[in-house]
Design a protein around this ligand. Structure first.
Ligand code: ADP
Ligand code: ASP
Ligand code: MG
Length: 461
């Protein structure tokens, strides 16, 4: 069994969906390969649904026009993909979904409330619509498949917007469902539900994760993530035009690259696959003959020491300084404990060896909140002058240089700093994971594109 996943970029319009169905026919169905397939919402639809929810919440009546445009967009695709004579059932299903969606959004408008719970319910329609339309189209073309709304099977906590999976229940549900359903399953990505059957979502980009959850539960032979580039590239191709696809990377390298901004795979995806040692391949829907990138446990003879350079474009750096921190144990624990209590996600930490300062990176929206939390936690130390001012610096980016073999290769850090120094790019903070899998640097956002291209040229030749 293989689990395939096609992202929004692969199903952006009728032509692309036709292309995907042809790929299924040519490479899987005609070869009698066993598979099921996960789909994301059509490209741009999740963003649109969030926008519609927010317009309704702000009592902006424009939401109706936006909703009508979305209905039209889906209906157009239905009509382009199918002949008039066998389209009725599909039209009915799509209408029903839009009626439900309209009810919720009208409700948001009336009560002026948009909770994370309601927003998850609203965005879930993106995947329900895309799978219904693609699945019914496949059936109309004689492919023996069934549509599966995965919220029925993937069980999570109630952390709406980015729910955590209960693997015990989920795996059991998936295994038992597939024992009873032998046809090809056309599965909604991204969506899940709580034990009370309220819809949750797995985080933006979460359809990759859905594929991995199903793949791991079913002990799939392979998980295939089909997207719009030739695999995992050495850098984001939108920023580094010399970026090239890698034949293979390890789970850990893929995890680091994606954690530091390589959107091509959603970071949690790696874990269920790694756990069961199931390989993941990233393939290009627009270049299906290209082998893509294989994510494996270990590489026999890696071609490159550095596998890639990724970036988080916009972060804030919080600096805590003070002589009172030197040699005092537990400061870091209190600091990060207080932030964790408020769900502030720390992207990178760096501490000078003098222990005189700790700095860490967070999303810009968390910068000032983090400052407040720290000032509250260390109120007494600040009053006593043991800890100085807490400062937040914005308009910064993080660059991560990733590669497992860096740990056996001296001089990489020197090369990184040297090449940036030569080009007058100032490094504001540095962190290196203890596994030496990655060196991360904080630089000014203005320098990001230059720095990426300089490092790519220097390290990946
Ligand atoms: P999908 O709709 O298939 O889920 P995404 O837009 O989520 O696709 O992810 C694919 C995109 O990720 C690519 O189009 C590319 O612009 C971007 N990307 C960023 N970094 C990388 C990288 N290192 N390798 C490949 N793609 C990357
Ligand atoms: N449709 C969801 C999103 O846009 C999930 C996904 O595409 O992976 O985030
Ligand atoms: Mg994606």
């Amino acid at each position: 069994m293989r689990i395939l996943k096609f992202g929004g970029s692969s199903v952006g319009n009728a032509e692309r969906i036709n292309n995907v169905i042809e790929i299924l026919q040519k490479y899987y169905i005609s070869k009698k390969l066993k598979f099921s397939v996960v789909f994301s919402a059509f490209q741009g639809v999740t963003d649109k649904l969030i926008e519609i929810g927010n317009l309704a919440y702000k009592r902006n009546t424009q939401y109706t026009a936006e909703l009508n445009a979305l209905i039209e967009h889906h209906n157009k695709i239905v009509n382009q993909l199918n002949q008039k004579n066998n389209i009725n059932q599909l039209i009915k299903k799509v209408d029903k979904l839009f009626t439900e969606l309209k009810e919720v959004v009208d409700g948001v408008y009336l009560v002026k409330e948009l909770t994370p719970r309601t927003l998850d319910y609203i965005v879930s329609f993106g995947e329900k619509l895309s799978c219904t339309i693609i699945g019914e189209t496949m059936i109309n073309r004689g492919i023996d498949c069934e549509i599966l709304f995965a919220d029925k099977l993937i069980k999570t906590d109630d952390n709406f917007g980015s729910a955590r999976v209960d693997f015990k229940k989920t795996n059991k549900n998936i295994v038992s469902y597939f024992q009873r359903h032998k046809k090809i399953q056309v599965i909604t990505g991204f969506i899940s539900s709580t034990s009370n059957n309220e819809i949750t979502t797995l985080g933006r980009g979460g359809s990759d994760y859905t594929a991995s959850i199903f793949g791991a539960a079913l002990n799939a032979f392979l998980i295939e993530i089909w997207t719009d580039v030739d695999g995992i590239l050495t850098a984001d191709p939108r920023k580094v035009k010399d970026a090239f696809p890698l034949e293979s990377v390890t789970y850990e390298e893929a995890m680091e690259l994606s954690h530091f901004g390589a959107k091509v795979i959603y970071p949690p995806t790696l874990l269920p696959a790694l756990h069961k040692k199931i390989k993941i391949v990233i393939k290009n829907t627009f270049n299906p003959e290209f082998p893509g990138t294989m994510i494996v446990e270990k590489e026999k003879s890696p071609k490159f020491t550095i596998k890639g350079i990724s970036s988080i474009d916009d972060i804030a750096l919080v600096q805590v300084q003070g002589g009172g921190m030197i040699g005092v144990s537990g400061i870091a624990a209190r600091l990060f404990g207080a932030l964790a209590k408020h769900n502030i996600n720390i992207i990178l930490i760096s501490q000078a060896s003098s222990e005189h300062s700790i700095c860490f990176a967070v999303l810009p929206k968390h910068g000032n909140i983090a400052k407040k939390i720290i000032e509250e936690e260390f109120r007494i130390e600040i009053m006593d002058g043991k800890i100085g001012k807490v400062e937040v610096e914005k308009n910064l980016s993080i660059i991560a240089v990733v590669g497992e073999n860096m740990r056996h290769t001296p001089g990489i850090a020197g090369k990184v700093f040297g090449s940036l120094g030569k080009n007058n790019i100032n490094i504001i903070a540095i962190a290196q994971g203890s596994s030496e899998l990655n060196i991360s640097l904080v630089i000014s956002k203005n320098n990001l594109t230059d720095a990426l291209n300089i490092l790519h040229k220097e390290l990946l030749k």
